[in-house]
Design a protein around this ligand. Structure first.
Ligand code: GLY
Length: 361
């Protein structure tokens, strides 16, 4: 079992990481003074696998859990579904000390987090991510949101959980496609922050792909440590936290242009990282060697590097409307080296367009 501290003053919390964390979860709850009534938000897939065990664990420590099961998929990240959960919370008489447990992937975590941030102006939130992607990305750092018909994550808040429980055993039921989806974000941490971690992934690509326990533990732990370090310095994304968006400028555009159906987030981020690497090389920030190294690792991990069936102009049009555009400027996160990135808005549009075009199959 490992613990990673996210240092945020009075909002600091621990990420608990290991195989089989039910007892750990019980001890955590016993010390908190929570109200007995509690809601476990999950989706139909994860709920059928782990809903019962979660509720039993909570009952054993005196809580009275109710399971709120939402349909699986991005369309549940809506104000309508949030409203259904508010109704459930009100009808059950849940109060300010009633915790909400988010048991699932990114959709469940973001939605339950948004509800926890807003119900009674904030109730305790415990993230229990069940996908590799949610473990290394959305469950840590406090970004919670729902989507608006006009764009993803447009209605949200920064709201930190009181704890995160990453039970690696729950990954055993992960659909196959979800592994490269999480690995894309894991590679990102090596590129943006830690050259040695990147080298570790190169050496352990086989173990990474198969989620071999020692490798899986190390890569999730190191990813969370890096995310925790970044978020601790810049919780609200006024500077440093932007480096976490490496690959995301093009990724958001790919997701939007393809209607959020063809590529999931991690796959789009993988392609976006290649585009950002090409821009970095074309601006002379890195050489061919670093870009080739990134692409080689991505190939070894089965990560997609090209998008199919979209036009450069369409991607480009969306990029300049992305919510990370401030005053019409796109903040690109670019590589200076493996393990170091820089944020700049000074990318000539022809350079960006050429790099993006090179990522279209
Ligand atoms: N997913 C990027 C962040 O949490 O800032």
């Amino acid at each position: 079992m490992d613990k990673i501290r996210v240092e945020l003053g009075k909002d600091s919390y621990d990420i608990h990481l290991g195989y089989g964390l039910w007892r750990e979860l019980s001890s955590f709850i016993m010390g908190r003074g929570y109200s007995r009534k509690t809601l476990v938000v999950t989706d139909e897939h994860v709920g059928s696998l782990y809903g019962e065990e979660t509720c039993q664990t909570l009952k054993r420590v005196g809580l009275k859990p109710k399971l709120a099961t939402i349909p699986a998929g991005e369309s549940s990240k809506s104000l309508q579904v949030a409203d259904n959960i508010y109704t459930e919370l009100i009808e059950q008489g849940m109060d300010r000390k009633s915790p909400i447990f988010a048991l699932g992937g990114g959709v469940v975590g973001d939605l339950a987090g948004f509800v926890a941030a807003t119900y009674l102006r904030g109730v305790p939130l415990i993230q229990m991510p069940t996908t590799l992607l949610a473990q290394v990305d959305s469950a840590v750092g406090g970004k919670v949101a729902v989507n608006h018909p006009l764009g993803k994550n447009l209605i949200g808040a920064f709201y930190q959980p009181e704890a995160v429980f990453m039970d690696m055993e729950l990954l055993s039921s992960l659909p196959k496609r979800e592994i490269p989806t999480g690995l894309g974000e894991i590679v990102k941490y090596g590129v943006i922050y830690d050259r040695d971690f990147f080298a570790y992934l190169e050496e352990h690509s086989e173990g990474a792909r198969s989620l071999e326990p020692a490798t899986a533990m190390h890569m999730v732990k190191r990813s969370c440590e890096i995310k925790a370090a970044v978020v601790s310095k810049d919780e609200k994304e006024s500077g440093l936290r932007r480096i976490l968006n490496f690959g995301h400028t093009v990724a958001h555009a790919i997701e939007q242009v393809t209607g959020y159906t063809r590529y999931n987030h991690g796959e789009a981020v993988s392609i976006g990282m290649v585009a950002a690497a090409f821009i970095s090389r074309d601006l002379g920030l890195v050489g061919d060697a670093e870009v080739t190294r990134l692409q080689k690792l991505m190939t070894a991990l089965d990560l997609p590097q090209k998008v199919t069936g979209v036009a450069t102009e369409d991607l480009f049009a969306v990029i300049f409307r992305d919510k990370k555009t401030v005053n019409g400027k796109v903040n690109w996160v670019l590589m200076n080296d493996i393990g170091e990135v820089t944020v700049t808005s000074k990318v000539p549009s022809e350079v960006a367009q050429k790099a993006i075009a090179a990522c279209i199959a």
